[in-house]
Design a protein around this ligand. Structure first.
Ligand code: ATP
Length: 243
């Protein structure tokens, strides 16, 4: 089944006039962005365009202006840990694993806030996506390759049972072959019922798995649309993405 055969549903995430700043310096200038249930939405843009800031703002990691609504609930003023428990989970750039802990402990820590017998059920999905992790359960996270660390970071996020998974440049510092594996895993993650918002530099590979995409330029959305149309639009690529 092609990824686009999955029927996308109601709005899950709605950003309206989103602003965010670092010590008075604005990084986002009124961003409108929508993610529907079951979609994979990609965000592109040059370095410093505000892509990571956008994800951090949704995750509750910085003060914002404008509105963020997740599944009908405003996230403004909701603390980050509660946003996380609502199912909005960010895999940040640089992964932030617990380097001296084992693969297994990193995964278990992803589920620490969950209760009940189903706590560790996402392990099945994690192992089916990334069999390498299963083979390396006792290994310390800091001894994994870059690609394996990224798999572990995504796996740990999946252990929280997310509804919206936000990935910040998962291909960074990874061998090309593993980039394909990770993007393929994103399709499986969506098929498992998780909506995905992904920031990536790999334009072509990401447009192949995304339904829609947004392009940010200095903190503003300069275009958005169907991923296939953006992929085919040479002018857009040249004007906004330098490709
Ligand atoms: P990249 O592709 O390089 O990661 P990006 O599109 O993710 O870039 P952001 O990291 O969101 O961009 O940065 C947006 C703007 O905010 C930039 O001007 C950046 O310098 C600034 N910025 C980001 N993080 C901080 C910070 N911790 N303190 C101050 N300014 C910051």
């Amino acid at each position: 089944m092609s990824p686009r055969d999955i029927t996308v549903g109601q709005p899950l995430l709605e950003l309206r006039g989103l602003t965010a700043a670092y010590r008075g310096l604005r990084a986002l200038h009124g961003v409108d962005l929508d993610v529907a249930r079951g979609e994979i939405v990609a965000v592109f843009g040059a370095n410093g365009a505000g892509k990571s800031t956008l994800l951090r703002a949704v995750a509750g990691q910085m003060p914002i202006g404008g509105s963020i609504v997740f599944d009908g609930t405003s996230l403004a003023r909701v603390p980050a840990f509660r946003i996380n428990r609502m199912g909005v989970v960010l895999v940040p750039e640089g992964r932030r694993l617990f380097p001296r802990l084992s693969v297994e402990d990193n995964l278990r820590l992803g589920a620490y806030a969950r209760r009940g017998p189903d706590r560790l059920r996402p392990l099945e999905l994690v192992f089916s996506l990334f069999p390498r992790l299963k083979e390396r359960l006792p290994q310390r996270a800091n001894t994994l390759s870059g690609g394996e660390q990224q798999m572990l970071a995504i796996g740990r996020a999946l252990m929280t049972n997310p509804r919206l998974l936000m990935l910040d440049e998962p291909s960074q510092g990874i061998m090309p072959r593993l980039v394909d594996d990770i993007l393929a895993a994103v399709l499986h993650i969506r098929a498992a019922g998780v909506t995905v918002l992904i920031v990536e530099q790999r334009l072509d590979e990401t447009l192949e798995i995304a339904d829609r995409a947004y392009v940010l330029q200095t903190g503003r959305v300069v275009m958005h649309g169907d991923a296939r149309e953006i992929a085919a639009d040479v002018e857009v690529r040249r004007a906004y993405l330098g490709m």
